[in-house]
Design a protein around this ligand. Structure first.
Ligand code: PRP
Length: 190
């Protein structure tokens, strides 16, 4: 266990590395190979959902062997309760998706509600297809059925940071995915 020593008492503490940089790179290569095969001859638009999916979207895109338009969108999430979670697009795609094959890219899918509401809105733009690729899949928390076609790793309910995932905007830039110590993070209510 590579337990980092906190420099300040209120610093979040990394408990252990869950997926190393090499493991993530290898998994992305194999996801990209699968996607390249499935989307051969398609008009692929890959849309990363900010902020968490930034690194994954870019690394995935550069491993593809098919032409792709890479785009991003940003959402504001109103978390009343999981069932009434409302999602609003605050930074929209530049690309038109009408008649094209849209692959939404996420860092993690938990309840699936973010994607459920987003897909409802994007469907109105008449893409030819919509699928989802997520680096992490926390399916134990799933509340909505979503078209998760590609999942990098299945994970449990530990608090994860790194490679796009944050704790209060920290750790997004880390090259690996780590488990944050229970002692090191405050619940969202705090
Ligand atoms: C995370 C993640 C997904 C969403 C998944 O985003 O990137 O977009 O939560 O949750 P769900 O499946 O329960 O809807 P977050 O709100 O942490 O924003 P961020 O990507 O900017 O970190």
């Amino acid at each position: 266990m590579n337990r980092a020593v906190a420099e300040r008492p209120d610093e979040p503490v990394i408990e252990r590395v869950l997926f190393s940089e090499g493991q993530i790179r290898a998994r992305i290569q194999s996801l990209a190979a699968e996607i390249s095969q499935d989307y051969a001859g398609a008009d692929l638009v890959m849309a990363g959902i900010l902020k968490g999916a930034q690194l994954f979207t870019c690394d995935l895109a550069r491993s593809l062997r098919v032409p792709v338009s890479v785009d991003f969108l940003s959402l504001s999430r109103y978390k009343r309760s999981p069932q009434t979670r409302v999602v609003e697009i605050t930074q929209d795609l530049e690309a038109s998706i009408a008649g094209r094959d849209l692959l939404l890219v996420e860092d993690i899918v938990d309840t699936g509600l973010t994607l459920h509401y987003l897909i409802q809105q994007l469907t109105e733009r008449a893409p030819r297809s919509i699928s989802v690729c997520s680096l992490l899949d926390r399916s134990a928390l799933r509340l909505a059925d979503i078209p998760l076609r590609y999942a990098g790793f299945h994970v449990n309910e530990e608090f994860l940071v790194g490679y796009g995932l944050d704790y209060r905007e920290r750790f997004r830039e880390a090259p690996c995915i780590s488990v944050l110590s229970r002692e090191g993070w405050a619940s969202p209510a705090e």
